[in-house]
Each structure stands twice: as structure tokens, then as C-alpha cells.
Design a binder for this molecule. Structure first.
Ligand code: AMP
Ligand code: MN
Ligand code: MN
Ligand code: MN
Length: 284
């Protein structure tokens, strides 16, 4: 039987718009055989996704996407095949969610100065899980008519240098990788091209990541161009990292990204699902 891996997506447990069940159903319909649910700083959707996966004959990889601050920039680290019951991991994620709650208040305070009232309550209406994200603020601002699209809200309000931006201090790289490894998982640098780092800076991140115990680079991502894929393949090879692939699907509102609709991994890379520490691989 042929396989189709999609190792990065979001449900209503963070800033996705589909429930874990609806997400799994859609992935199965798209032909995905192995799906990782990787919500931001939460594993709340995993149990429900796992149950749904069982009835669709799909393999559900328990995952998470951890917010990290590295050299004053935000970087995302995906954990795959984690034990969601692990205490250190859950304590780390709980502290990040508290930080999100604090940041949400700060964002609302800054938006109020721009004449936008009620943003905290408004954003919370869009958040049905334990995580409050900038995406929820963006959906609220679109509803308020402040911008035409979520993308526009980010551009004008929610990114560095804009009035609703609050930097925050997220997990340290070594801590995030440490929690994932402690929980028996594999750590992946998510959507590396999104950071727009220079080659030297990305090399530095990836070297530190590998030294902390990180294993893979998300070479194929819903947000990567063909050129990004080629460039990131070179980094994976140079740094001796395995390669991962994930759509970073957030819901049908973004039709340019679809579950399972991914370019194949370029030849010459080591797919993370063939690595010795991926569950189900023969041991030597
Ligand atoms: P947060 O983790 O709450 O700071 O929000 C980050 C999330 O916002 C990402 O995971 C994306 O889903 C979304 N996001 C970030 N930048 C943009 C953008 N320029 N346009 C649309 N969505 C974005
Ligand atoms: Mn997101
Ligand atoms: Mn991300
Ligand atoms: Mn993501």
C-alpha cells in the first residue's frame, strides 16, 4: 500500500478551524495515511484525533508545535511521536499557554490604544481550545471590518513594528527540544524558509538544534516554494538532519494549502519516517 505523510497541521485545539475529528476525516479523504496533529503549544486535540483516526484506518502521529525564542526571533519546533502524558512536556506547554494569555492581554491593550476595543473578548470568541493565538485576533479584526483578510491584519497590526505586536519570550531552544526528547519524540525545525534567515544564521540555528538533540528539518512545507525546498534540502544534507514534510494546514479558509497536498521529498534525503527512532522501524 502506498503511503502519504502529512506531519504538520492544526485543529481547533490551537488556531486551526476544523475540529480534530473533521481534520482527520478530511486527511483520510485526501489519501493521507500518516497524519501528525501539531497544534501550537497544546496536545489537547490528540486524543480525539487518535480516536477518529482509528475509524478511518489512518495512522495518527501525536505531535505539537512549540513556540521558541532564539536570538530574539520566534522559531517553531515540531515534536513528533511524543508521549502526550509526559509531565515535563506538559509543564513546558502549560507555561507557554500562560505566556500566551499574558500576551493576549497586552495585544488587546495595544489595540485599544488604536481605538479597537474589546479585542481580548473578541479574539477569545474565535478560540475554542486552550490556546489564544494572534490568528484569533486576526479573525476578530476581519469581522470588525478592520482588514479584508487575516493576512492583511497580520501585515498592518500583528507583526514586528506594527501597533498590535507584542514580542513575548517563548521557550528556549534547548528546553523545547529537551521536552520533546524527554517525551520520547523526534524534534523538527518547522518551515525553515519562513524565518528569512541568512544562510549563516540558519546554519547556526540548525547546528545548535542538532547539538540539543534535534533530528530533522521540515524541507517540504505548505509555505515553501520549490526554491525553498531545494535550498532546505541542501541544509538538511549539510547538517546531517533527516527531512520532514507537512502542509501546516489551518483550515479550508486558506485554500492554497491542503492536507496531504505536498511536493515529494527530493531524492538523496533521509525521510524522518525511515529514521531508526521512528516507531515501527525495524531495530538493528
Ligand atoms: P502566534 O503563535 O499566536 O504568535 O501566531 C502565529 C500564527 O499566526 C502562525 O502559526 C500562523 O498560523 C499565523 N500567521 C503568522 N504570520 C501570518 C501571516 N503573515 N499571515 C497569516 N497568518 C499568519
Ligand atoms: Mn498557526
Ligand atoms: Mn509555525
Ligand atoms: Mn504550524
Amino acid at each position: 500500500m502506498s503511503t502519504l505523510y502529512d506531519l504538520h497541521c492544526h485543529s481547533t485545539a490551537s488556531d486551526g478551524t476544523l475540529s480534530p475529528e473533521a481534520l482527520v476525516e478530511r486527511a483520510a479523504a485526501a489519501g493521507v495515511t500518516h497524519l501528525a496533529l501539531t497544534d501550537h503549544d497544546s496536545t489537547d486535540g490528540v486524543s480525539r484525533a487518535r480516536k477518529a483516526a482509528a475509524s478511518h484506518g489512518l495512522s495518527l502521529v501525536p505531535g505539537v508545535e512549540i513556540s521558541v525564542t532564539w536570538e530574539a526571533r520566534v522559531v517553531h519546533i515540531v515534536g513528533l511521536h511524543i508521549d502526550i502524558g509526559h509531565a515535563d512536556l506538559q509543564a513546558g506547554l502549560a507555561s507557554l499557554r500562560s505566556h500566551r494569555d499574558w500576551r493576549a492581554g497586552e495585544i488587546a491593550r495595544k489595540l485599544a490604544k488604536e481605538g479597537i476595543d474589546g479585542a481580548l473578548e473578541g479574539a477569545a470568541e474565535f478560540a475554542s481550545g486552550p490556546v489564544i493565538s494572534r490568528t484569533h485576533f486576526a479573525r476578530f479584526l476581519v469581522r470588525k471590518g478592520r482588514a479584508m483578510s487575516v493576512r492583511d491584519v497580520f501585515k498592518h497590526y500583528l507583526v514586528r513594528g506594527k501597533p498590535g505586536y507584542v514580542a513575548g519570550t517563548w521557550a528556549a531552544l534547548a528546553d523545547a527540544v529537551g521536552w520533546i526528547r524527554a517525551a520520547g519524540g523526534l524534534a523538527v525545525v518547522a518551515h525553515p524558509a519562513r524565518y528569512e534567515f541568512t544562510g549563516a544564521k540558519l546554519r547556526k540555528l540548525l547546528s545548535e538544534f542538532r547539538e540539543c538533540g534535534g533530528q530533522a528539518l521540515e524541507v517540504v512545507s505548505g509555505s515553501h516554494s520549490r526554491d525553498d525546498i531545494v535550498r532546505m534540502s541542501r541544509f538538511a544534507q549539510e547538517l546531517g538532519l533527516a527531512a520532514s514534510a507537512g502542509s501546516d494546514y489551518h483550515g479550508p479558509e486558506n485554500p492554497w494549502v491542503e492536507l496531504g497536498r505536498l511536493s515529494p521529498l527530493p531524492q538523496g534525503l533521509s525521510p524522518i519516517w525511515t529514521s531508526a527512532s521512528w516507531p515501527g522501524q525495524p531495530t538493528h
